[in-house]
Structure formats: C-alpha cells, structure tokens
Design a protein around this ligand. Structure first.
Ligand code: AHG
Ligand code: MN
Ligand code: MN
Length: 321
C-alpha cells in the first residue's frame, strides 16, 4: 500500500514495476498529463488577473494575447500529449475532429479529453477541471475512439478547486493526489478511494425537472427528499463527481426535451467518470445500460448519466424505465 505523501512520479513508477512486461509508455503518457494539467492549473489560478489585464490591453502577464481559458487548456494538452510521443491520436471537446500527432506515429495509446470542464464557472471563481480517458491503439484508425469504456487503460480528472487534485485509475483502484503549490508536486493524499455504499446527497439540475423525459425520475427524487437527502449542484461535472466520489449519493444528467441524450459527452465526460466510480466501488448507468458497456458511435456523442453509490443507483433503477 502506497504511503500518504508519496509523490505522483514515484507512485507511477512503482505501479509500473508491478507489471514486469510494462514498457514505461503509460508512465510517460501519465506524466505528460501531469505536466499539462499543472500548467493549466497555474493559468486557472491567474484567470481573474488575466481577465483584468485582458480588458486593459489584451495581453496577459507573459505578454501573450489573452485567450479563452478552455482554448488555452486545449492547446496545452495537445502540445504536451503530442510531444510525449505516446499518443497515436487525440480527441477533445474543443476539436471537431481528432488529431494524429506526427510524433505519435508509434504511440501505443489514444486519448480523449475535456480540457476544461465546467467552463461557465470560471468567471465566478468556482471549481473547474480537466477530464481524460486513455485506450489502447488497436486498429490505428479513428475507430479506436469507438471502444467501450470498460476497455480504458486509464482515466482520471484534475480538479482546480480550493486545492488542485489529480484523481486517476489504471484499473487497479482509484488514487487521489493533491498539488503542493510550494514545490509544484502532486502528493498522494487520498489512497485507494472508495465511494460510500450510500450517501445523503443528490446532485442534478432540478430546474429541468419538467423537461425530464423519464417521469420516474421525478418520483425517485421526491423519494430521496422524503428520506431526508440534501441537494448540491455545482454545474462542473468534475466538481460534482469529485464530491460524489468522496461523500457518496448520486450525480445525474438525464435525458430531457432539450437534450434527448442528456448533455454530457460519452468519450471525455461520462466514460472516464464511470470508470473511476466503478473502480471506487460505485455504479454508473445511462438508465438503460452500464455506461462502460456503451459502444461509442461518434466522438462527441452524448449519453444520459446517473452515477454514484450502489444503494442510490440500484434504487434509481427501480424507478426509471
Ligand atoms: P463544459 O464546461 O466542458 O462544456 O461542461 C459543462 C457540463 C458539465 O461540467 C456540467 O455537469 C454540466 O455541463 C452542467 O450543465 P447545466 O448547466 O445544464 O446543468
Ligand atoms: Mn465538460
Ligand atoms: Mn469543456
């Protein structure tokens, strides 16, 4: 069992040593994500200032033109992931089509990511994040993105909250690392994370209740209220899922009349979060099937999402069709 305080790089290397056949590729890939997200974190921490300076002269403290933070985060991810040489292809919320980096020709992996999740919360100083999902390269075509979630080799997120945390899994449990800002290193703070069997919180945009397609969901939420549950909804999936992972309960973005397949994207939101929740002992479903079993058909496809503690998800499934 890894000790609290172990730095992420050592943790990654020790995980690698457990697999004698490992070549080190995944370790390099994860380290590229670590570096990219630390740089994104430093931009997030300056977001308020950039905005002020941007309004005055359209330049930031580095003398660069002010850019929207989600586009900037996307560029930082692309640069570092491409340069690692480990990724044959990259897909992102911010790009219509995947890219195939020159340096990644022999890369063993493909990656999908949401460079900045919860971007509507940037302006109000509320937690945002980055989400990633890694699969093996199999056919070396765009079809590699259409592998089911259970085939992920790694998935995780970074939350830029009151502290910056990186939470990830390679299919061997979930571990959380907190960035020590004084030295710029992620340190193991949450080893072997397990979601409680049952929680006391539900997290859903209840303003949409009248538009929900499955009316059973209204009855389910009412039943939770009667049982004394409370509600928390941040509007950044990363933050809402992070809280759900730690405290238990349920997070949902269901199908509604405006978003008939829900709002969240399968490849870089639903699937990596489902992988983590599953690895932590919870459940994640579209309401009809396990999210990890959904076979993707296109890069930006959406799915309804219900994830959380086993007790709440099993109960939910008795209410919805
Ligand atoms: P993004 O900022 O990457 O576009 O994602 C926003 C998503 C997700 O983070 C959150 O769970 C959801 O949008 C909130 O949607 P509503 O405002 O419709 O509740
Ligand atoms: Mn998002
Ligand atoms: Mn986003």
């Amino acid at each position: 069992m890894a000790e609290i305080g172990m730095d992420l790089n050592r943790f990654i290397l020790e995980e690698e040593r457990k697999h004698p056949q490992a070549t080190g590729s995944l370790s390099i890939a994860l380290t590229a994500i670590e570096t990219a997200t630390k740089i994104i974190a430093s931009h997030v921490r300056q977001a308020g200032l950039v905005d002020i300076l941007g309004k005055t002269g359209k330049v930031n403290v580095q003398g660069e033109e002010v850019q929207k933070l989600d586009e900037l985060a996307n560029e930082i991810m692309i640069e570092h992931l491409s340069d690692s040489g480990e990724f044959f292809a990259l897909s992102s919320e911010e790009m219509e089509e995947p890219i195939f980096p020159e340096k990644g020709k022999n890369g063993k992996y493909i990656i999908s990511f949401d460079p900045l999740d919860g971007s509507s919360n940037i302006d109000v100083n509320v937690s945002i994040g980055t989400i990633f999902s890694i699969h093996k390269k199999v056919k070396a075509t765009v079809e590699d993105f259409f592998q089911e979630g259970y085939k992920q080799v790694a998935a995780g997120y970074v939350i830029y909250g009151s502290s910056t945390m990186l939470v990830y899994s390679t299919g061997n449990g979930v571990n959380g690392f907190t960035l020590d800002p004084s030295v710029g290193t992620f340190l193991l703070s949450h080893p072997n994370m397990k979601i409680p069997e049952k929680g006391k919180i539900y997290s859903i945009n209840e303003a949409n209740a009248k538009k929900w397609i499955d009316k059973g969901l209204v009855d389910f939420i009412e039943s939770l209220k009667e049982k004394g549950y409370t509600t928390r909804y941040i509007g950044s999936m990363v933050a809402d899922v992070h809280r759900t992972l730690i405290k238990g309960g349920i997070f949902a973005y269901p199908a509604d009349k405006k978003n008939p397949n829900g709002k969240l994207r399968l490849l870089y939101e639903a699937s990596p979060m489902a992988f983590l929740i599953n690895q932590a002992g919870g459940m994640a479903t579209t309401g009809k099937e396990d999210i990890l079993k959904v076979k993707p058909e296109n890069i930006h496809q959406r799915v309804p999402v219900f994830l959380g503690s086993k007790t709440e998800i099993q109960e939910l499934l008795t209410y919805i069709s």
